[in-house]
Design a protein around this ligand. Structure first.
Ligand code: NAP
Length: 380
């Protein structure tokens, strides 16, 4: 394309004898394009009537060249993102995508036509119609437990051959393996986990962790740029970007996120009420219940079922609770015996001590197991 740049050297060589208004008229006479808006006219470089030669059609509209360029750069970083699974979290993410100027398509089991419309996304109840839009990114945001069936139901043949698949499931090894099994090798794969939700991220995403693993990205520049464009959405919102493998994520998340959700759900069962004398600690517990209980049970169940480290954490939690009770009751027992038997038993009573739990990652041994005596009366 030849544009303003092609006639710029001619302008530069001319002494400034012609006014901006003359130049505008010159354009008007020599080529019959509409006159540019007034505020643009003033930016024309001075030129002599006969020195100006228009060599290309689009060179007649130099006034919008810069804007045009900026627009083109913007366009190249804007993505067409198809959110598959338009529930609680899918809608939450879609709002940010739209806010940043990306085109959002949505699909879900339920009909979210009007919700999508209100967000500025386009809803497709038919997956074929959605795929025929040729999105740059397919974002899987379904419940963990339904992910495999949803992925297998996608008409992959309707997509562009190098479409980028992203998942935002709260477990990572599972979707990675399913993606690698189901998606032909010409599709790119990014596994990601924004470690916040509609509650914890409702005001801002600043400093909130975003974990990702570039599982399979083709080495063409456009594909590398596309994945960075997608990650930029979260960078721009201020997320703390953490690149790690899916396996590492699952290990850390079982010890942190799964424990957090479990404690939140246990506390929820206690139906805690706010009191007039809430301590800061108690407020934290109430917040925890609010943050975790608003997530679906499917999500919590997925954290348990699809993270192989979760079972160990649940067992550690059980052990810790038992050990704590033992320590409390041991104290009580100690006091009672002193009252009952006085000095005669002094020195003979051994108070149960909270032993150390097995370190994370050591195999869990059932209470009857001969090597499971880490908890109990003896100190390590
Ligand atoms: P969710 O209960 O885990 O998932 C709800 C979504 O799954 C909805 O779009 C729902 O579709 C879809 N779905 C459920 N069962 C389905 C089935 N049998 N077939 C097809 N679709 C089905 O709740 P969520 O909070 O929206 O989470 C979505 C994903 O984001 C999960 O993988 C979760 O781990 C991840 N994530 C969530 C958070 C969070 O804070 N909420 C944070 C990070 C990551 P319909 O609504 O159409 O029924």
């Amino acid at each position: 394309m030849i544009s303003f740049s092609s006639i710029q050297p001619t302008f530069a060589a001319q002494p400034p004898t012609t006014s901006a208004a003359d130049t505008s008229r010159l354009f008007h006479h020599q080529v019959s394009f509409p006159s540019p808006p007034h505020h643009h006219r003033q930016h024309y470089p001075p030129a002599r009537r006969h020195g100006l030669r228009v060599r290309a059609m689009d060179a007649a509209q130099p006034y919008d060249y810069e804007a045009h360029l900026i627009n083109r750069v913007n366009q190249s970083t804007k993505l067409k993102i198809a959110v598959v699974g338009f529930g609680n979290f899918g809608q939450f993410l879609a709002k940010a995508f739209v806010r940043q100027g990306h085109t959002v398509y949505a699909h879900s089991r339920s009909n979210y036509l009007s919700v999508a419309e209100s967000i500025g996304a386009t809803f497709f109840s038919d997956l074929h119609d959605l795929c025929e839009q040729h999105p740059d990114v397919i974002l899987i945001c379904t419940s963990i437990i339904s992910t495999e069936s949803v992925l297998r139901s996608l008409p992959l043949q309707r997509l562009r051959r190098n479409t980028l698949f992203v998942d935002v499931l709260s477990v990572k090894e599972f979707p990675k393996n399913i993606f690698l099994q189901v998606l032909p090798s010409h599709f790119d794969i990014l596994c990601a986990h924004p470690m916040f939700g509609p509650e914890s991220g409702k005001h801002s995403w600043q400093t909130l962790p975003f974990v990702f693993d570039k599982v399979r990205i083709g080495d063409e520049d456009s594909r590398l740029a596309r994945v960075e464009n997608f990650l930029d959405i979260f960078r721009k919102e201020g997320c703390r970007m953490v690149e790690m493998t899916c396996a590492e994520h699952d290990k850390y998340a079982a010890g942190s996120q799964f424990i957090t959700h479990t404690m939140g759900r246990i506390l929820e069962k206690l139906h805690l009420d706010s009191t007039p004398i809430n301590t800061k600690g108690y407020e934290t517990l109430l917040d925890l219940v609010e943050n975790t209980a608003s997530d679906s049970f499917d999500l919590y169940y997925g954290l348990f079922m699809y993270n192989e480290n979760a079972m160990e954490q649940l067992e550690r939690l059980d052990l810790a609770f038992e050990a704590l009770k033992k320590e409390l009751f041991g104290h009580l027992h100690d006091v009672l015996r002193k009252q009952l038997f006085g000095k005669s038993e002094e020195g003979a009573v051994r108070r149960p001590v909270l032993g150390k739990l097995p370190k994370k990652g050591t195999p869990f041994l059932s209470p009857g197991h001969p090597q499971s005596e880490t908890l109990g009366n003896e100190k390590e």
